[in-house]
Design a protein around this ligand. Sequence first.
Ligand code: AMP
Length: 206
Amino acid sequence: MGYRYQAVLLFGAPGAGKGTQGSLLGRVPGYFHLSTGDMFRAMDKGSELGRVFFEYSSQGELVPDEITVDMWSRYANALTVLNHYRPHQQLMVLDGLPRTVRQVDLIRDHVDVACVVHLVAKDREKMIQRLRGRALKEKRTDDAKEEVVRNRLDIYDRETRPVLDRFDKSLVREVDAVGSPGSVLRAILEVVTPVQEARFGNSLES
Ligand code: AMP
């Protein structure tokens, strides 16, 4: 087996705050935030892959597993080559992957999962409100329609939730997703700081 990225997975339903928390955590030295949703949205909409993404995401559907993981591994590699992401100094904060059991198997050779942070948000209606509010603000076409949002949540229950059972229970830590960004970040840092230090020491080089 070749080199594997050391990663903490940010896991949770759409609207739980993975993106917000991932980008906050990514600003802390020693962490690098990588979101597959952001990766897809950054693609040229006129390209072949850009069109494939739009076709699925506009319905709230997942992009097929092989395409997603292939794209993600090339993206992570490019970020490494460009020295944006430094795998020997930074813990990858992986947001939005894996989202299916098949993706767990596909990334196994590339990722060493140090910890899974499960952002738990029990109130489904609140999640829907949050997603729709964000859609208006960020002009996200996928979450602008209520039926698309509901589809995303159904797919999460059906395809993504079972991913949690594929990880050793000792790796999975639940964090309450409800609260101010600062208080949720504090709870996440309590979980991930010891993991980051154990793997990379506490130097300030990064
Ligand atoms: P997100 O911003 O994480 O909610 O992702 C937005 C959209 O990108 C999703 O609804 C999917 O269409 C697509 N996407 C992101 N990550 C994945 C993934 N791991 N597998 C399949 N599709 C994904």
